[in-house]
Design a protein around this ligand. Structure first.
Ligand SMILES: NC(=O)c1ccc[n+]([C@@H]2O[C@H](COP(=O)([O-])OP(=O)(O)OC[C@H]3O[C@@H](n4cnc5c(N)ncnc54)[C@H](O)[C@@H]3O)[C@@H](O)[C@H]2O)c1
Length: 331
């Protein structure tokens, strides 16, 4: 069984991924600076083969990578508004930090490095975009992702493989919850105020994917034959889950069985794109198990039962980082 190192393991995707790969019997090093706390991840760990490593990707000792077969490099400042708080920090973590992880992985004999990037590299586009389309990264976050893609790919050689996964916007329950993601935030908004918040002007298209389907896609990328994935970029999501934001809100209301009441917020969002997901389906046989409705219901149930706290301050990523920075915590 392969040895895996996951950076950003204490994050929204990371917590679920550790659990998913633990269930499959992998030996895991779960590395994170744990800006959102480590207790929630600790509670999920039931196997002695999973080790928590409290380190920063910009500083950790390369020896940690000894014997590791696959690295999944999730650590990052993880959305557009957080990326703009301090663009230099964003570049230092999302680009330089991940480039460092990739270089050290190569030096330490890791065979495969998986870079979680984002469909936000497409920015605003009228056409349906595929992996071969020109990119249009509009924000610091998207630009740092794309630069990491380009430069980390250059490290590929006979022994070192890189796979790039461009995730759609993720939704669904995680112990490190993110209510700043569209579907999750809509459910929370309704739960708190009886109105679904919709980012103006509602006509923008975004692709979506459930967090457990992201874990499934990462696992497929880890285990695929070398010639299928080496140096390849895959959009992670599905054709059916390219949705306009206003329609998304209607679907969320229907899924959780409430009347469709909504309120507008924000300035018109210029990030609109529809994404083609044929490649991951054809090459890796990926198809999602979860729908938007499944995700909305699961979050609503977790809020109703008290598993999720709608006022947990860590769930709005940008606000939490602002607090950490104001308290002098190194970000
Ligand atoms: N969630 C989404 O919708 C989505 C979509 C596309 C891409 N992604 C990408 O997936 C990755 C994970 O996203 P997420 O939603 O789990 O975000 P998250 O913010 O929940 O997790 C990121 C984790 O990285 C850690 N981290 C940040 N800086 C670090 C550093 N310098 N050293 C070590 N750890 C550090 C944080 O403590 C956090 O636990 C990110 O790269 C993100 O850009 C996410």
């Amino acid at each position: 069984m392969k040895k895996v190192l996951i950076t950003g393991a204490g994050g929204y995707i990371g917590c679920r991924l550790v659990e998913y790969l633990q269930d499959k019997g992998y030996e895991i090093k779960a590395l994170d600076r744990f800006y959102f706390g480590k207790e929630r991840l600790q509670r999920l760990i039931t196997d002695s083969k999973v080790e928590l490593v409290e380190k920063d990707i910009r500083l950790f000792d390369p020896e940690i990578l000894k014997g590791v077969d696959v690295v999944i490099d999730l650590a990052a400042l993880s959305n557009d508004p957080t990326g703009e708080l301090d663009p230099v920090k964003t570049w230092s973590i999302n680009y330089l930090g991940r480039f460092r992880v990739a270089v050290l992985s190569k030096v330490m004999g890791v065979k495969r490095y998986i870079l979680p990037s984002s469909c936000s590299v497409y920015g605003f586009q009228e056409e349906i975009v595929s992996e071969n389309s020109p990119v249009n990264p509009l924000t610091t976050y998207a630009k740092a992702n794309y630069k990491a893609e380009v430069d980390i790919k250059k490290l590929i050689d006979d022994k070192f493989s890189v796979v790039i996964l461009r995730f759609a916007t993720v939704y669904g329950y995680s112990p490190r919850m993110r209510f700043d993601l569209a579907i999750n935030g809509m459910v929370r908004g309704f739960f708190k105020n009886g109105k679904i918040p919709i980012l103006r002007d509602g006509t923008q298209y975004r692709p979506f994917v459930h967090v457990m389907d992201v874990c499934k896609a990462i696992h497929l990328a880890m285990e695929a034959e070398e010639d299928k994935v080496k140096g390849e970029v895959f959009n992670v999501g599905s054709k059916e889950q390219n949705v306009q934001i206003f329609e998304l809100a209607q679907r969320v209301a229907k899924a959780i069985g409430v009347e469709f009441n909504y309120e507008w917020y924000g300035l018109p969002d210029h990030r609109s794109y529809r994404v083609n997901f044929d490649k991951i389906k054809d090459v890796l046989g990926f198809y999602p198990d979860y729908t938007i409705e499944d995700g909305a219901k699961e979050i609503y149930d977790a809020l109703k039962s008290g598993i999720l706290d709608p006022d947990d301050p860590t769930t709005i990523t940008v606000e939490w980082y602002k607090k950490l920075i104001s308290e002098g915590v190194m970000v």
